[in-house]
Write a protein that binds this ligand. Structure first.
Ligand SMILES: [Fe+2]
Length: 287
């Protein structure tokens, strides 16, 4: 839904960057020509994948149009502009030098941007596909906040990181909502005990639910070892599989469903003016 906005913002930045790079490149190239160097013939690069490889996100027709029409036209436009520029220079026709310099910058920009565009995408399973998670997802949100996006941003537990507030700064870190593992503002004794112990050990409260989650993972393995009376692989696996009522910090863990996903609470966290707040703790009914 918001992807197009992120792409647009990234593109505007890229265009500005490339325009800067290009004016330097064109100036350097112009000097080469003046010194009598041969003109470089720019070529349309081959796509690193088939036109339909990015479907269903980008259809084959769109890719073909951008590659065989747009990009090809920029490449031939750049070649022509550079050839004409050389002629204008040789004729000392400064009005034409200015005209063809602008044409070279325009077509060169299109060529560079399209070339970059093809290589920053990849088909699913070959470096592309899936949804951004973790720090990447948070960084995308942070970028949107830095650009002063005025839309609410909603996500899952990948947003449970300080990046959401430290990157844009507290004034711009607004209107972000995400779900995560429950433990903050939960008054179960195991939660209070964990926060106190963490604070004593590290002199600060746990930064997010992942601290509790990591603690729970290790705690569950220890619990299974104790029940199995062994640390041997198979015995440990069997003991883990029948975990019942383990009082983890992030919720009570019982493996009762075929999916292996325990029934646990979910916290909805909001970020306003750089402050995280638990808006709601939702507890599912035990099946
Ligand atoms: Fe295009």
């Amino acid at each position: 839904m918001r992807k197009s906005q992120y792409v647009s913002m990234a593109l505007i930045g890229a265009i500005a960057l490339v325009a800067g790079m290009l004016s330097v490149a064109t100036a350097a190239h112009a000097q080469d020509n003046q010194a009598g160097g041969a003109l470089t013939q720019h070529k349309l690069p081959e796509l690193p994948y088939a036109y339909d490889a990015l479907e269903p996100y980008i259809d084959a027709k769109t890719m073909e149009l951008h590659h065989s029409k747009h990009h090809a036209a920029y490449v031939s436009g750049l070649n022509k502009a550079e050839a004409e520029l050389a002629k204008a220079r040789a004729a000392n026709d400064y009005a034409l030098v200015q005209h063809w310099s602008r044409q070279a910058a325009f077509h060169g920009g299109g060529h560079y941007l399209h070339s970059m565009f093809w290589t920053i995408m990849a088909p699913p399973g070959k470096g592309g596909g899936g949804k951004p998670t973790g720090a990447l997802a948070a960084a995308i949100a942070a970028t949107a906040l830095v650009a002063q996006a005025t839309l609410p941003i909603v996500s899952g537990d990948g947003f449970d990181t300080e990046l959401v507030t430290t990157v844009p700064g507290p004034e711009l870190a607004n209107d972000v909502y995400f779900s995560t593992h429950t433990y903050r503002e939960d008054t179960r004794p195991e939660v209070l005990e964990f926060i106190e112990a963490y604070q004593a050990e590290y002199c600060r409260p746990p930064e997010n639910a992942f601290a509790a989650l990591g603690f729970d993972a290790v705690g569950m393995i220890v619990d299974a070892m104790e029940r199995a009376g062994s640390a041997e692989g198979e015995a440990l696996r069997d003991a883990l599989a029948v975990t019942k009522g383990y009082k983890a910090v992030t919720g009570e863990i019982t493996y009762s469903r075929p999916t292996g996903v325990p029934v646990k609470g979910v916290s909805i966290i909001s970020v306003k003016n750089g402050q995280y707040k638990v808006e709601e703790v939702w507890m599912p009914e035990v099946e």
